[in-house]
Design a protein around this ligand. Sequence first.
Ligand code: 13P
Length: 257
Amino acid sequence: MTTRTPLMAGNWKMNLDWKQGLALVEELGEQLKEVDTSLVETVVLPPFVDLRTVQVAVDAGKLPIAYGAQDLSAHESGAYTGEVSGSMLKALGCTYVAVGHSERRQYHGEDEQVTGAKVKAAFAAGLIPILCVGEPLEERQAGRHVEHTLAQLEGGIDGLNAEQAKQIVIAYEPVWAIGTGEVATPEDAQEVCSAIRGALRSLHGDEVADAVRVLYGGSVKSSNVAELMTKQDVDGALVGGASLKAEEFAKIVGYQG
Ligand code: 13P
């Protein structure tokens, strides 16, 4: 159990065009009427091209949903073809932005230097980064999952001040659990989430460590979320596939029954 406000974030990845995204967010708004949304923060991370539509739908319906992007440029503006800046996202009403998702690390070569720069760019634009960290299968099999994850954490938060460190959200997503249906056990999730909080404590002290929300991600569903949430250092979930269905995602948000 945690005194931090739990956060359930739906990463839509490269799914749903703006019309489908609109339908999902409106349906999610309906489904959330059955849930006490004062207990949990609900976030969606749609593709860039859906964000304006999501903004209009959330504003018009006064929906209890915050939103953000799945990535941002490390640069402020200028000749960076194809990139989207933090200030552009802020202008769309985004609160959050994911940084360093394993799919960005794997397919776009994003290393600690890039994720560190993106985390700073997010803060500079007034966004809250959701820094994603987690080990591939080989590292877990070699018993190096904590070490690997903490190296990604430390690279991503390097140079932040205490005020920024306090606001960041960390998502522990073991790569072998993403999209595989193989969820980490609550004990596995707790082991690494607690190590993440411990590293934050040594770097920034108790106030920061006790404030930061550490999420678990990887095959989270309505059927396994409640058990994961019993763990002391698990403050929420970053959900892929199961966030694409309004009813299922609303059940995840409403895990407390
Ligand atoms: P799945 O929930 O589909 O395993 O995806 C997890 C994830 O990568 C969320 O960012």
